[in-house]
Design a protein around this ligand. Structure first.
Ligand code: SIN
Length: 356
């Protein structure tokens, strides 16, 4: 509160020029929180030509904000460091902390939106987790960068500027959790990382991205038809842990060894990233049948990357395997984790896969 009134009183004298050259006072600007988790956007390399092999999550949130002074023209921004890690090391604990903090912040009427800085490797997973657990229609925007902050032509600063603009925009209200990189807006459910190094890595294959950000202005053309945020039935605010769900990725000569290991490790659910439309290798299938009989929920997904997995086989239906729809295996895993916080009923869980 003290901090807020300090900002407001400072703003009385502080008349600033915004990017379109109109005169606005800081008191008129929307308040946007930046939650930093690490990643390449906060990465530092020894030279400006080094684009790989740098340390992700080296710079703090204040450094990221100070590197983009133009942010002050579009929002009253303040930062919090949630973690400072390479996103390959993301954990359920950080997710729960993030979701709870988003829900706290967004319940403050003064906060108009949240930007989360994140490594690109697992950004799509955090975005989908928050899409299902944030209880607000205010914008939550995930942003990252493919080049470290020290690189020539680093993409982080412009991505951050665009993300804050998007989080502050009434156009982004009710659209679910968004991902903003490389001047494009993607929805959390369908977006995935498609290239290991290119700045144009985030795509929503086949289903398409939602819009552009041009000269800092968001333009939407589409929106997701699946349930999210305010409409979501999942609530993690009082949870300290998520159930274990493993992904088993099929291949030639597949068998049940990893399935049995997963069950022995205490998995409550298994996502089988099958071939084609979720096809299961004949030598792996008995492992999944036994897992299902022990109460482990089995969801068929696909390693293909595009298309649906539906109830296309009487045998799989008889074996009580569920169908992951168009979710990629890493997103199907998140939905199953959250489903298992509510129920073990297979019909109910399949309903969730049909709705989210
Ligand atoms: C990471 O995901 O933390 C490293 C890669 C990146 O941010 O681009």
């Amino acid at each position: 509160m003290l901090r807020k009134s300090l900002i407001v009183s400072l703003a009385i004298g502080a008349i600033i020029l915004n990017s379109s050259y109109s005169i606005v006072s800081a008191a008129d600007l929307p308040e946007v929180k930046i939650l930093a988790t690490g990643g390449t956007i906060a990465g530092s390399a020894p030279s400006n030509t080094q684009m790989t092999g740098y340390k992700a999550g080296a710079l703090g949130v204040e450094t990221l904000i100070n590197a983009v002074p133009e942010l002050k023209n579009i929002a009253v921004v303040s930062g919090e460091q949630i973690s400072n890690i390479g996103s390959q090391d993301m954990t359920d604990d950080v997710w729960l902390k993030l979701a709870k903090r988003c829900n706290e912040l967004l319940s403050d009427p003064d906060v108009k939106g949240i930007v989360i800085t994140h490594g690109t490797d697992t950004l799509e997973e955090t975005a989908y987790f928050l899409n299902l657990t944030v209880k607000s229609d205010k914008p939550v925007v995930l942003v990252g960068a493919m080049r470290p902050a020290t690189a020539i032509s680093a993409d982080g600063p412009v991505n951050l500027l665009n993300a804050v603009k998007l989080a502050a925009s009434p156009k982004a209200v009710g659209k679910g959790v968004l991902v903003a990189l490389n001047d494009e807006i993607n929805g959390a459910r369908d977006v995935t990382k498609t290239n290991t190094s290119n700045v144009s890595t985030f795509k929503s294959p086949e289903l398409g991205f939602l819009g552009y950000i041009t000269d800092g202005e968001p333009y939407f053309y589409r929106e997701t038809t699946r349930k999210h945020t305010k409409e979501s039935e999942f609530d993690v605010d009082n949870l300290a842990k998520l159930p274990r769900v493993d992904i088993i990725y099929t291949h030639e000569n597949d068998d049940r060894v990893l399935i049995d290991a997963s069950v022995n490790a205490g998995a409550k659910g298994i996502i089988y990233a099958g071939s084609g439309m979720g096809s299961i290798h004949k030598d792996a299938e008995p492992g999944l049948v036994d897992a299902q009989k022990k109460g482990v929920v089995v969801v068929r997904s696909s390693r293909v990357g595009n298309g649906m997995v539906v109830a296309n086989s009487e045998q799989y239906t008889k074996e009580h395997f569920l169908n992951g729809d168009t979710l990629n295996p890493q997103k199907a895993r998140i939905l199953l984790q959250l489903a298992l916080t509510k129920t073990n009923d297979l019909n109910e869980i399949q309903r969730m896969f049909d709705e989210y």
